[in-house]
Write a protein that binds this ligand. Structure first.
Ligand code: PEP
Ligand code: MN
Length: 337
């Protein structure tokens, strides 16, 4: 951390800042220039709020130098993490595609979806059994029976599964039926839940919160990792902006930013990121071109009658076409499908 003093800061003001830094356990290196004094503080910022120093008399600015997340950061681990989801490696050369309906409805629906997405090259079957709906009157999901159904169908087609877990009470069942436990956008900062997920030894797909900064998102990953679970995959699913022609604004720029800051895999969700079927394929291709390690895409055999998110779900043939296009884009950025 650097403390930049105001040009006219007095010697007693500088001394008072140094004293406070030493009191907080920092080693202080002072450099006095012609215009102003800069104090370099080496130590653990974790235990002290930078505002303590910002508000001291004579201080102009406090600049943090090291990132607040450690386990999730590239400084801690320079090489990429590859997370294995039931043997499917996420974070390596392959762009791993997860696809399926927003919510699990019937055996026929899951069967049709699994057959189509497996044939097109998806490796992981998505499907929600517990749905975080904005309205309590909207369909809430099948619960554990949905997970059983998803497991059966996925096994028939040799697919792994991903599904949202909404609270700690659902973890035990999820461990039995689900290969990749999804933390929804609305739960990204449910810290007690994240701590519980730190105790398990199964991969977690951590969606970015609706208005979360990348740093907050990485700190949420840190919560899970600090508990001992290092198998975290990040998912950019769009953030809330002032734009209304899209459901959310898919922040493609988050992909190279994460790539730089963190060794964790990052995937994109162009379905929730746009909310409209015709926007899904272009944004999926853009995310792959930006270097995403995977995609999670909603597909439904009868989207007009889907119980949830039909308007943003691709028809199976649209998904197949997208996979063909991804096979062209991925090699251009050194990846494959
Ligand atoms: C979902 O994937 O079905 C979902 C509800 O996603 P999010 O948490 O990103 O809204
Ligand atoms: Mn959905």
């Amino acid at each position: 951390m650097l403390i930049v003093m105001q040009p006219g800061a007095t010697e007693p003001e500088v001394d008072a800042v140094i004293a406070r830094l030493v009191e907080k356990g920092f080693d202080v290196h002072r450099s006095t220039g012609a215009e102003r004094t800069v104090l370099g503080a080496v130590g653990h910022i974790q235990n002290s709020d930078p505002r303590i120093f910002e508000d001291l008399p004579g201080v102009f600015e406090v600049v943090r130098i090291s990132e607040p997340y450690k386990l999730a950061g590239r400084t801690f681990q320079p090489r990429d993490t590859i997370v294995s989801v039931r043997g499917v490696p996420v974070g390596g050369e392959e762009v791993v595609v997860m696809a399926g309906p927003c919510t699990i409805e019937t055996r026929e629906q899951m069967y049709e979806c699994a057959k189509a997405v497996a044939r097109a090259g998806a490796k992981i079957l998505r499907g929600g059994a517990y749905k975080p709906r904005t309205s309590p009157y909207s369909y809430q999901g099948m619960g554990v029976d949905g997970w059983k159904l998803q497991r059966e169908v996925a096994d028939e087609f040799g697919l792994a599964t991903v599904s949202e877990v909404m609270d700690a009470s659902q973890i035990e069942d999820a461990l039995q039926y689900v290969d990749l436990l999804q933390v929804g956008a609305r739960n990204m900062q449910n810290f007690t839940f994240l701590k519980e997920l730190g105790k398990i030894r199964k991969p977690v797909l951590l969606k970015r919160g609706l208005s979360a900064t990348i740093e907050e998102w990485l700190l949420s990953a840190e919560y899970i990792m600090a508990g001992g679970n290092r198998e975290v995959i990040l998912c950019e699913r769009g953030i809330r902006t002032f734009e209304r022609y899209t459901r959310n604004t898919l922040d493609i720029s988050a992909i190279p930013v994460i790539e730089k800051l963190s060794h964790l895999p990052v995937v994109a969700d162009p379905s929730h990121g746009t909310g409209h079927r015709e926007q899904v394929a272009p944004m999926a291709l853009a995310a792959a071109a930006a270097g995403a390690d995977g995609l999670i895409i909603e597909v439904h055999p009868d989207p007009d009658n889907a119980l949830c998110d039909g308007p943003q779900s691709l028809l199976p043939e649209q998904f197949t076409r997208l996979m063909e296009q991804l096979r062209i884009i991925a090699p251009a950025v050194g990846k494959r499908i």
